[in-house]
Design a binder for this molecule. Structure first.
Ligand code: ADE
Length: 253
């Protein structure tokens, strides 16, 4: 897929997408990334991209025209239509379902704000969707854009080495991930759960599923509410709850 990012800090976004799984996806052409700086389309010697807020108050507001021109240039850089997604704490909260939806698009344009915000008229005329990465305020949309790029980049076909890895992620089936262990099996910090070194693949699968269900119940019980558990899952969870009797919804770490 292709992602165009409109940002006053194009280098930041390029760098963020230059490492690990996403860096490899970009290198292999699974993810095409282009960053656009509205300052390049700003007027005057100072190439102004912002001005004081109408009505007064502290902080600067990003001007309509440099952003409008930059969005037009980004749109025209490829034939595929692209929704414009504005990263903002006022947006709909990102989750793995939304990540999956976005990852399946052929293209999108991410718009990053700075300072106090962007002129509301630009948002109303040019933005298709506002997206937040959580209930806290960042100093700009770039980190949020990097989060979106990472989350969708790793879901591009062929980006992850093991085709199974994404299917086993936390949230992929609405549940949190199970714990993971590696060697040494016995360590000062404790031993790896015996089942994982038993060689009994069915038992390992069951244990992992139970840990996933149990952790979700302990840490994020609200995620379980919309899920219709089948009889096997319900039994695994009931068993887990029995083992954790007296510690309902207590963090297990
Ligand atoms: N820009 C500033 N804060 C943000 C947030 N929480 N999510 C997305 N974009 C942002």
């Amino acid at each position: 897929m292709r992602v165009d990012v409109v940002t006053l800090f194009p280098e930041f976004v390029r760098q963020c997408a230059g490492f690990g799984v996403v860096g490899r996806a970009v290198e292999r052409g699974l993810l095409e990334l282009e960053a656009w700086n509205p300052r390049d389309r700003a007027e005057g010697g100072y190439r102004r991209v912002d001005d004081t807020a109408c009505g007064g108050g502290p902080g600067m507001v990003l001007l309509i025209e440099p952003l409008r021109k930059t969005l037009a240039a980004a749109r025209q850089a490829a034939a595929t239509p692209a929704p414009v997604i504005f990263l903002s704490p006022q947006g709909r909260r990102l989750n793995q379902d939304k990540v999956r939806q976005l990852a399946a698009l052929p293209r999108m344009i991410l718009l990053c704000g700075r300072y106090e915000g962007i002129d509301q008229r630009l948002i109303e005329h040019e933005v298709d969707e506002e997206l937040s990465i959580g209930d806290y305020v960042l100093s700009g949309g770039e980190l949020a854009a990097a989060v979106v790029i990472d989350a969708i980049g790793r879901l591009q076909e062929g980006a992850l080495g093991d085709a199974e890895s994404a299917a086993q992620d936390s949230f992929s089936d609405g549940l949190l991930d199970c714990p993971h262990y590696t060697r040494p099996v016995v360590h000062e910090f404790g031993a790896v759960p015996a089942v994982l070194v038993s060689g009994d693949h069915a038992a390992i699968k069951r244990w992992r599923r139970q840990q996933s269900l149990g952790r979700t119940w302990l840490r994020r019980p609200e995620l379980l509410e919309p899920l219709l558990l089948n009889a096997d899952d319900q039994r695994l969870l009931d068993e887990f709850k029995l083992e954790h009797k007296g510690h309902p919804h207590e963090q297990d770490h």
